[in-house]
Design a protein around this ligand. Structure first.
Ligand SMILES: Nc1ncnc2c1ncn2[C@@H]1O[C@H](COP(=O)(O)OP(=O)(O)OP(=O)(O)O)[C@@H](O)[C@H]1O
Length: 954
């Protein structure tokens, strides 16, 4: 027994050593470049294949071949990837999620390339570099770890590496060559990948799909070490390796046996699930790259072409038709990614798991083997399977609530691998399972017709999820998650909806795929397929249904028409280049076509431009903008000016009757009383706003007056009269670790007043703001809206109850138009008033041509107005503004101040956190001064600001 323990420990150390090497390589690359290299396993596989090629095929001696593979090829591959893939991305200033897609692209490219070069079959003759007992391998691992640790801790390179990791830009300013550091990181990471591949290949299957996946399964080791500590990674790897091999000694009887066997073979996968789903995520702030989710309008002609192309196979016969049967099924699977990733902006690398579960459940139901359910005909089995798999979408939807970017990629990848290893690969679930086609559709042609019908239904579902209120809310969530929350979008519920509907669609497509092949084939739902499908949808245009159809046709058609692996290689190349063509392949083609058209003006385009110029002249009779001026900059000319419009002196007076209402005092700004400010509307007071002071707000009434009144819904908060606190905070305490950021703060935000909070950096203003907005929950204390306790309510719920906010860093939804941005705000608010959008657009001078423009690329001044309009469209009672003047010029600030004063005069409670004391003096009725987490002075602006100016304040 003792010798068995010893042997198993040795075997475990051997596996753990390879895993440790992977962990060390991943950590070094991540620390040097910020990239979690999903292609690590693929590099390992390529190196193993090259060594085998040299030794077995060409008969080279082992050690020179190994030296060439590990010391030249592997680091060279790393350098090439750094120079041609990842450095251009970092030069383009891309976000980390872009590099994630690129590294998936490299993975897919290398896997596809290997399949092309060496075929898809497994090789059992990989040369052994080191003896079978693990000591030599362990020595290599420990020596490498110690050397890397010493270099990082002591050498000059280590200092540079730490500087680059801490702050790349600062390091570059300090004279460090960050590219050199990144190149070294990539070269070393690729070297460790090569060593791992070469050491593992003789003991596992060497094939293009299996080995890379095996290597990536041990990513848990690096994640457990928080992508930092090399010793932790090595210890965790060795520990799991030994535990996994010791598990093989256990042989419980009954139902536990297959479970223990599965655990014994897959403990690294369990670790991956735990680290990805339970531990807090690494790199959790990255979103999906904008390029991957750009807005893609599809011309109707493209749809006609697609319909014709999808009908064509009905004229095929034999093998061609049999192959074509896979296309609609795969298209349905890819549509699931359009919903989850394209529209919802959520990374999902585990869709293959849902597709496979759809096929497996259908097969089990049709065979009468599904526990607790009778045998069902195929079509009924398909429908029930979809219903059963849909809630399993929570497996990835739930982690998505708190995770983004890399952390979400890892979580969804973990689910994909977990389902594959613990369900699809287990004989108890899949042994002897066949999957027939529905009666009446057994022939390929009839089955293809059935698939087309299902595809049409799936397209309708996808379209419904991408249009209207849900579609806009999903796009808002994709574009700016906290902005969407602030607009009242229930982000967690929406994420669950996206993943659940995505799982249902994937299950539907997966089951069709299985029926097409007349078998449940686990390999068809391998996690590597999940990565390939994700990359395919992203590169072709994630938010395009047509893109999904095209991707399906490409993936099936290319592999069938050429050698297996071509489609993967092509998708990989495109994913690697994704940073170069924003919006994906389809958008790149459209842009190129547009440019070509622009270069060759025709009589028709001349005529078109003349007509457009005439229309514009009529719309902008006094528009003297120079060519190229953004449309928004000319809005002043088309802004309607109703009673009280056109500015001068129209700003309502104050109840306090104190300071001049229109900036006439020493704090007044350029732009003048009522003067038109560029970028902000001349109509600084909305047409429907009251001109008399102190108008009392009406319950359920839109702040801009004349719109239809909606009766208050049950539970809706009633606004108190002006001057009375609407929003109150009592005894707020917030601690960050050992640091007290808020120390018993009390605050009242009264109706019809502008309340300002000022203070030095770090005083706690933003923390207080977050507590009021619901993005932070205080440890103690309470927040109430008109007496109603909101302390534990999330941000979107507070918005729905009447608290709107804007952000210091603009929170707009770039892929939505200006009008759609505002609609998102109106649709989630407590008062559902369709006219609110129009009135709000008019109020902020956004009702001209700019309303139809996507927000992306508009000037900051316009975007500030869009954000404010979005906040106002939900008819809030309280408006929280975080540094609203950030990024505006002084004329825009003056115009903004006029709008805000008008809102307060209409009864709204405004809270402004602001550094600009001139604006505070101009705008506020009450000023609170914060210092060290407390409110240290309060009062009217004159007294408080004078004290601050004299230095008596904090
Ligand atoms: N998430 C956090 N973790 C740790 N400390 C934090 C966190 N957020 C804020 N702090 C600390 O709490 C204190 C108050 O921060 P806060 O951002 O509220 O100040 P502020 O008055 O808004 O400053 P500024 O005007 O610079 O934005 C600061 O010392 C800040 O470093």
């Amino acid at each position: 027994m003792a010798s068995l323990t010893y042997d198993l420990t040795l075997a475990g150390l051997s596996v753990g050593g390879a895993a440790a090497l992977t962990g060390v390589g991943l950590i070094v690359t991540y620390r040097a470049t910020g990239v979690l290299n999903f292609a690590h396993g693929a590099i390992a596989m390529v190196c193993a294949y090259v060594l085998r090629q040299c030794v077995v095929e060409w008969g080279w001696p082992l050690w020179p071949a190994a030296a060439l593979t590990l010391l030249v090829l592997a680091p060279g591959l790393g350098l090439v990837l750094e120079r041609f893939v990842f450095r251009p991305l970092s030069v383009l200033g891309s976000d980390p999620a872009q590099t994630l897609v690129a590294s998936l692209g490299v993975f897919v490219l290398l896997v596809g390339g290997a399949a092309l070069l060496w075929g898809q079959g497994a090789r059992a003759d990989a040369p052994e570099l080191l003896p079978r007992e693990p000591w030599a391998q362990l020595a290599v691992v420990l020596a490498l770890t110690a050397a890397v640790g010493a270099v990082i801790r002591r050498g000059r390179f280590g200092r540079e590496l730490r500087a680059v990791v801490d702050d790349r830009q600062l390091a570059v300013l300090g004279g460090i060559d960050a590219d050199r550091v990144a190149a070294a990181g990539w070269a070393f990471g690729a070297f460790t990948a090569g060593v791992t591949g070469v050491l593992l290949a003789p003991y596992v299957r060497l094939d293009p799909y299996g080995l890379p996946l095996l290597v990536m399964e041990v990513v848990a080791v690096a994640v457990a070490a928080r992508m930092r500590s090399l010793p932790v990674a090595v210890l965790v790897a060795l520990g799991i390796g030994v535990a996994q091999s010791q598990l093989t000694r256990l042989h419980p009887s009954g139902w536990g046996e297959p479970l223990v066997q599965a655990l014994g073979a897959n403990l690294f996968v369990v670790a991956l699930l735990v680290t990805a789903l339970v531990l807090p995520g690494v790199g959790a702030r990255d979103a999906l790259p904008r390029a991957a989710t750009a807005r893609l309008p599809t011309p109707p002609a493209a749809w006609i072409v697609a319909v014709v192309l999808f009908l064509l196979p009905l004229g095929f016969a034999g093998r061609d038709l049999h192959t074509a049967v896979q296309v609609p099924a795969l298209a349905v699977v890819l549509l699931s990614l359009v919903v989850v990733t394209g529209r919802g902006g959520q990374i999902s690398l585990g869709q293959a798991a849902y597709a496979g579960l759809g096929a497996l459940f259908t097969a089990l139901l049709a065979a009468g083997r599904f526990p607790g359910l009778p045998r069902l005909p195929e079509l009924a089995a398909l429908a029930v399977a979809v219903v059963l798999v849909a809630p399993l979408g929570l497996l990835t939807g739930w982690p998505a609530i708190g995770r983004r970017g890399l952390a979400l990629a890892l979580a969804t990848f973990a689910v994909g691998v977990g389902v594959s290893r613990f369900v699809f690969a287990q004989p108890y679930a899949t042994a002897g399972l066949s999957l027939g086609r529905p009666a009446g559709f057994t022939g390929d042609r009839a089955y293809y017709v059935l698939e087309l019908v299902v595809l049409a239904l799936a397209l309708l579902v996808t379209a419904a999820l991408r249009r209207g209120r849900t579609g806009r809310a999903l796009a808002a969530m994709r574009d700016h998650e906290s902005g969407a929350s602030a607009a009242g979008v229930p982000v967690p519920a929406l994420k669950l909806l996206a993943f659940v509907s995505g799982a249902a669609l994937a299950a539907l497509g997966g089951a069709l795929l299985g029926m097409g092949l007349r078998a449940f084939d686990p390999a068809a739902y391998d996690p590597v397929r999940g990565l390939l499908w994700f990359a395919a949808v992203v590169v072709i245009g994630a938010d395009s249904t047509l893109g999904a159809l095209l991707a399906a046709a490409l993936l099936v058609g290319l592999d069938a028409g050429t050698r297996g692996g071509v489609a993967a290689a092509l998708i990989g190349v495109l994913a690697v280049l994704l940073g170069r063509f924003p919006g994906g392949l389809y958008e790149a083609l459209r842009t190129t076509a547009r440019r070509l058209r622009l270069r060759r003006p025709t009589a028709l385009t001349d005529l078109g431009s003349r007509v457009r110029t005439r229309v514009r002249t009529r719309l902008h009779p006094v528009d003297t903008r120079p060519a190229g001026t953004p449309v928004a900059a000319g809005l002043t000319a088309v802004t309607p000016t109703g009673p009280g419009g056109a500015g001068a002196g129209a700003t309502p007076g104050r109840e306090d009757g104190g300071r001049p209402a229109d900036g006439g005092g020493p704090t007044s700004r350029p732009g003048g009383p009522g003067g038109a400010a560029p970028g902000l509307p001349r109509a600084d007071v909305p047409p429907a706003l009251p001109e008399r002071p102190g108008r009392r707000p009406l319950r359920g009434r839109h702040p801009f007056g004349s719109g239809p009144r909606t009766p208050p819904s049950p539970g809706e908060v009633t606004a108190p009269p002006p001057g009375e606190p609407v929003l109150t905070a009592r005894r707020l305490h917030v601690r960050f670790g050992g640091f007290t950021a808020l120390d018993g703060v009390d605050l009242d935000v009264p109706a019809g007043r502008v309340t300002a909070v000022i203070g030095p950096n770090g005083a706690g203003k933003s923390t207080l703001f977050h507590c009021l907005a619901g993005t932070l929950h205080p440890a103690r204390g309470e927040v109430r809206l008109a007496g109603r306790d909101l302390t534990r309510r999330p941000a979107h719920a507070r918005t729905r109850l009447g608290i709107a906010r804007t952000f210091q860093q603009l929170a707009v939804f770039p892929t939505l138009t200006v009008a759609e941005n505002v609609r998102v705000g109106s649709e989630q608010g407590s008062v559902s008033d369709p006219a609110a959008v129009e009135r709000t657009l008019r109020l902020l001078g956004l009702d001209g041509p700019v309303r139809a423009l996507p927000a992306a690329g508009l000037p900051t001044g316009t975007l500030r107005r869009v954000e404010l309009a979005r906040a106002l469209a939900g008819a809030p009672r309280v408006l929280l503004l975080d540094e609203p003047a950030a990024g505006l010029d002084s004329a825009e600030v003056a115009a903004l101040a006029r709008v805000l004063r008008a809102l307060a005069a209409d009864g709204m409670a405004l809270l402004v956190v602001e550094h600009d004391l001139d604006l505070v003096a101009d705008l506020a009725d009450v000023v609170h001064v914060m210092a060290a987490g407390r409110i240290v002075a309060s009062g009217p602006p004159e007294g408080v600001l004078d004290a601050v100016h004299r230095g008596a304040g904090p």
